[in-house]
Write a protein that binds this ligand. Sequence first.
Ligand code: NDP
Length: 303
Amino acid sequence: VTAQIIDGRKIAEKLKADVAEEIGLLRAEGASCCLATIGVGDDYAAKAYQRRLRRISDELEVTCNQIALPESTTQDELLAVVDHLNRDPAVNGILLLRPLPRHIEEAEVFAALSPVKDIEALHPQNAGLLALGVPRYVPSTAASVFHVLDTWVDETGEERDAFYQRSRIVVVGRSNNVGKPAVSLAYERRAAVLSIEEWTSRDNRLGSHTRRADVLIVATGVPGLIRAEHVRSGAVVLDVGINPIRDRDSGVIRMVGDVAFEEVAARARAITPVPGGIGPVTDVWLLRNTATAVRNQQMGDLR
Ligand code: NDP
């Protein structure tokens, strides 16, 4: 392995200290901080994410109200739960866990979220503000990718502006919750940006795009999609994927990324591991957004 392995846990710890301070200030002012999560169905990764959020919320003394709904939940039932949380003055932030069952019309549920409680910026108003470069909330995963990258750049000693302006950033995966917000954040930093999804990567076209990247951000949910042949020597690789893989012999489930770590690490300048890369930072960022929601609500932003 020649790449520098970026320690996401260390970056998360530092961020957590800052967020704990902000939450402490809120508490001193008599304000409580409450995150509500809604999970529909039985997705393994979503359940694991909820467990991590429970742990970190307890640590930061944030109330974490986790609502688990069955796979059979109808659109109307889900909308009723969202409406209830929107109206509950004790709830500051709402996280809708993905994936949602196929019969749920995601866009309608996103539009039903109270914009001020929509800490993942999925409501059209928040998604629009983010695309315009004036976000109310920056979605936690994309925010974490760039927090990790900013931190790494700072540690190299290069000026952030200079780094981004000379860099081509390629984002593989274009979901509303990760890929698209990541592209918006790359625009904001005035990098050259290329966005790739499944269609654009067909017929062996993936490598012709990704090999142009100085910074490669991968969020596809396809374990090991990015191989050494897809990466330019000296690139910085940020692996967002968290994919549960069951070991055939032992039956034990472990998490792997979208990047074939060992072989890509042999080519890259720096790389985030899975686990221990982007994930731990994302968890903290969500609570940071919850604290921001409390402040927004204090300031009379009550939509
Ligand atoms: P989605 O399934 O919503 O989106 C996946 C995206 O990847 C789509 O745009 C899809 O293209 C694209 N894609 C799929 N296959 C390929 C391919 N072969 N080549 C290029 N693009 C492809 O997933 P999410 O964005 O929600 O999550 C992605 C990964 O990130 C998952 O492993 C998830 O568990 C993980 N994750 C990690 C987080 C963290 O904190 N580290 C937080 C959130 C997610 P198309 O649009 O054509 O379908």
